[in-house]
Design a protein around this ligand. Structure first.
Ligand code: ZN
Length: 143
């Protein structure tokens, strides 16, 4: 990892470097720091974001890659834990030169100029468990 990192009272500030994968970088950071529950908030810019829409009736994600560079108007999500690793779940709102927004579940994308992330950690782990109704690994907040 080459991102810049600062510890705060309740989490971290991260600045991703140009070319770094955002979601994979957050997963690596969470694993390296054993972050099992956190809130993520970020802005910046991204190249070639791949976004998904979950079709609940078919129980599959439909994926679409947007070629080029886009502003990250807002990225928000969380870090939880499933089995032996962190799950970074982030949704984002993006815009190109026309400033028209599009949004979705962010699967991948590399940092363009920067990506400034605020991570607020929580004391107790958020675990996920498979949910048959949705076919997704959802938060399991009760013991
Ligand atoms: Zn999602």
């Amino acid at each position: 990892m080459v991102m810049q990192i600062r510890k705060t009272a309740d989490g971290y500030l991260l600045r991703f470097i140009r070319g770094e994968q955002i979601v994979a970088g957050l997963e690596s950071f969470a694993r390296a720091n054993d972050i099992r529950a956190a809130e993520i908030s970020a802005i910046g810019s991204v190249v070639d974001p791949e976004l998904g829409f979950y079709d609940l009736s078919r129980k599959v994600y439909d994926w679409k890659t947007f070629s080029g560079s886009y502003e990250i108007a807002s990225l928000s999500g969380n870090i939880s834990w499933f089995q032996d690793g962190p799950i970074v779940h982030v949704h984002g709102v993006f815009a190109g030169p026309d400033l028209v927004a599009f949004a979705g579940h962010l699967k991948s994308g590399e940092t363009a100029a920067t990506c400034e992330c605020v991570i607020r950690t929580f004391d107790e782990a958020i675990d996920r468990a498979f949910d048959e109704g949705t076919a997704l690994n959802l938060w399991k907040l009760e013991a």
